[in-house]
Each structure stands twice: as structure tokens, then as C-alpha cells.
Design a protein around this ligand. Sequence first.
Ligand SMILES: Nc1ncnc2c1ncn2[C@@H]1O[C@H](COP(=O)(O)OP(=O)(O)O)[C@@H](O)[C@H]1O
Ligand SMILES: [Mg+2]
Length: 386
Amino acid sequence: MSQRSSITARPAPAHSAAVVPPSLAASIRLSAGHPPAAGPASQDDRALDVLEPVAATPVYAHPALLLVLFCGALLLAGAVVYLGFRLTGGRVPPAPAPPDEQKDAAPKQARAEEITAKRMEGEEVEAAGPRLPAPAHTEIDGLAPGLNRTLGRLEEALERQRRFSSDASHELRTPLTAMRTQIEDALQAPQETDAATLARALLPSLDRLQRIATDLLALSRLESDALPVRRQRVDLGKLAEGELRTLPITKRTVPLLGPDVVVMGDPDSLGSLICNLIGNAQRHAASTVTVTVWREPRGPGGPPGGTAVLEVADDGPGIPREQREKVFQRFTRLDSARSRDAGGAGLGLAIARQVAQNHGGRLTIEDSAEGARFVLQLPLAPALTP
Ligand SMILES: Nc1ncnc2c1ncn2[C@@H]1O[C@H](COP(=O)(O)OP(=O)(O)O)[C@@H](O)[C@H]1O
Ligand SMILES: [Mg+2]
């Protein structure tokens, strides 16, 4: 037995055979200077001086080849990124939804289309309006609240449109029916009717039709903002004084018109606003109407230059608080059928409020000891520099 032997090669135990990879096992060689003994080796002769595991370098692991491969991979990655940007226009496409979300998206889209189609056709649907369920835990579900808000606005707009069409048709039908009856009566007994009598009978209904058409046109122009407000200096006290001179006054009317209450605006539309307020008050007052104009210094949240205020108050039945916003809607009339005949189509206050808003102001109904109190507030015009 050699004394130099330090490692004895023995058949590997069964459990360790798999531990040494064949490539490594094949490359275990005897160290230099200790060649294996020639001739048949005995059990002891297989003892080795030193065993050095030397890993063989495969050809593909050559450093130069690796460098070339690495550079090639870099170039390829760059080309892929460039092509991707060219194809997507530089935008990062949204991550595709997981399969179960994609499964959810199709029925939701179909539902959204169904809801929109129903609304557009004016079909009756549930009172609160159908909506998409909005659990909001995925990207697609995150869109549902926005879509629901749009559906809500669309629903309100269509409802307003429907109500407007039906109210307008109703208002137009009343004078038209009256005129038709008068003409049919005249045709039934032509010898008892002369043209002048028939024309006089028809005129009030024609006037009414003309008023409605004019008001509707004014309202649509004011709402569409198609015509910019004509701006000039308007003395509110003088304007109210002029309207009081021309309007039919049936009740005691007290003017309290302060001087130099000047606003920037359109005298025609402001005049028609004042005219409507005074006309309404004359119709509803028990005995007295008060028209007051004054300036208010700058208040908290008010216009920087102060506010011009015009107030029309009467001692009539007034307007209940819960109806005070409603009367500003088109075609709203709270009056009984009898006093209705004296009034218009219920468009006056809708127009008046729109005029106030287009002048940067507001028209409201405020509390009062008795009757109704309409208050118009407009920004005061800047003082003229001498
Ligand atoms: N001073 C008032 N007192 C009581 N009710 C009023 C007064 N002014 C307006 N109203 C109510 O508001 C409704 C709407 O007024 P308006 O829009 O001017 O329409 P119209 O004058 O054509 O009736 C009136 O029909 C009436 O019911
Ligand atoms: Mg009116």
C-alpha cells in the first residue's frame, strides 16, 4: 500500500452515483507526475496520489463567443422596443384584462348599449334608471361610475326635453283649439258672421300664440348663448321708471328708485325682466306693489364693485317656499285656471332668470312679511372716471 496515497478510489456507493455529474466524473484525472501504474491494476494499485477535479470548458462558453452573444441580445432587445414604439405610436397599451374580467366585459358593454338605446328611444325603464353594477375593483369596473353619471345626465336631458315638448304642445293647442271652434262656428252660419267680428274674436288667441312663439325663441336664444349679451351702462332705477310708465298699472304702485344704480348689460332684456316681475305682481297683489332699487356695498362673496338690487314686492297670496324654485321652470303656473287666463304661458320667470344669469347675476324669491318678494341682484358697473 503506497504511503503517499491520500485518496482511495472506490466504487461509488449507489446513493452518491447521481451526485457527481458525468462531465465532471469524466474529467477527474490523476495529477501530473503520478501516472497510473501500467499493467493490470490490483485493488491497491487503484489508489491515487491526488485527484483534482478539473471542469472542462465547453466551446460555447468561450468568452469571445459569450461577448458576441450578449451584444446580439442587446441589439435584438433594442430593435424590439423600437418596433413596439413605432407600432403603438409611443403609447403603452393597456394591460389585457385577465380572462375572467374579459368574460365580464362583454355582457357589461351589451348592457350599456341596451340602456342607451332604451333612453334614446324614450322607452319606459325603471324609475331610478337602469345602471351598471359598479364594484370598482378592476379597470373595467372603474369605468362604470363615469358611464352611470353620463347615463344619468342623458336621462335628465331627455326627460326635460320630453316635458318641454309636451308642455309646449299643450300651450299651443289651447289657442289653436279656440280659433278652430270660432272659425267652424262662422262657417256653419256664414250669414250671421261678418269678417270683422270673426277677426276680432280670433285676435286674442293669435296674440297668445305670438307671445308663446316669441318667448320660446327668446328662451332658446338665451340658453344657447348664441347671442352675446349686449353690454352698455344701464341705470336700473331709470329703466324701472320707464317700464312703470308704459305698463298697464292696476294696483297702487310705490316706486322707491335709488339714483346711480348702474349695471353693465342689455337694456332690452333687462327691461323685459322688470316688466315680467311688475306684471306678475300687478296680477297677484291684493292692493299694493312696491318696486325698490338700491345699491349694496361689496359683501362677502359678492361682486368686487358691489351689487345693484331691484326688488318687486306685493301683498298678494305669495309663493310657498317649496314652490319657489319650481316657478322658474318653463311652463310652470301655480295659479287657478281663472287667473291663468290673465297671465302668459308660464315662461316669463324662466326667461327672467336666464337674463339675470347671463348678466352675471341672480333672481330669487325671498321671505317677506306678506305676499311675494322677487329680488334681482346684478354686479354694479365700475364707476366712470372723469
Ligand atoms: N307675484 C307673484 N305672486 C304669486 N305668484 C306668482 C307671482 N309671480 C309669479 N307667480 C307664479 O309663478 C308662475 C310663473 O310666472 P311666469 O313665469 O311669469 O308665468 P306667467 O306670468 O305666464 O304665469 C305664475 O303663473 C304664478 O303662479
Ligand atoms: Mg309672467
